[in-house]
Design a protein around this ligand. Sequence first.
Ligand code: T5A
Ligand code: NA
Length: 206
Amino acid sequence: MTRGLFIVIEGLDRTGKSTQCAQLLNHFSVSGTNAALIKFPDRTTSIGQMINSYLQSKTDINDNAIHLLFSANRWEMSQNITDTLNQGTTIIADRYAYSGVAYSVAKGLDYTYCKYPDRGLPMPDKVFFLDLPPQLAQQREDYGDERYESLDMQTRVREAFMKLLIDNQYIHKIDVTGQSIDSVHDTLKQQLEPLLTQQQQPIKHT
Ligand code: T5A
Ligand code: NA
């Protein structure tokens, strides 16, 4: 049996990640591909609950400590990711380690340090970065409810993502400015097409 694909969708807050993840899941289910959705942070675990409370500004946590908690929240899911892929199920992840680096770097933490805790996690087969100017994301519904949702912070997060894109040429940037939900979905499907027909190598690690 061939393993599932590991697809990651990244972007600033409110850029349409969850919307596109849901669309992809639906596309796979209609086309008869076993697929599952995961989301980081996974707020359901005990670590995830600490992160949730931090994001809602109900608690304060030291910048290094919260960085490690976000990473730990991925590690606690890592075996599950590997097993699911090996069982032939495709995984669509709403954020992953790239967000972990970008948001902490935007707060002033060292770039190389930030990458370290995630080293060894299952490596995605495809990473998309949905690119939308922070000023446009800000105009979307429910913006500003959580800790990092300010123009100043999001502008720095975007700069950090641009560095990640240069250092990791496999991350595919998609300009979603003025693009409808359907049109972004079509672009994602097009980009994934070649991967669906090729034989997958064993899972690599970051
Ligand atoms: N974080 C996360 C870290 O600091 N470190 C980490 O390691 C990780 C994993 C929570 C925060 O945690 C930080 C990053 C975040 O600040 P989250 O729970 O993913 O992360 O929260 P958000 O990214 O803010 O999720 P959102 O739900 O706000 O944004 P999405 O998923 O990008 O956007 P979505 O799909 O919900 O869409 C937002 C709105 O836009 C509309 C939608 O209908 C919705 O109203 N929309 C469009 N409108 C016009 N055109 C389109 N093409 C549209 N697509 C969607
Ligand atoms: Na989301």
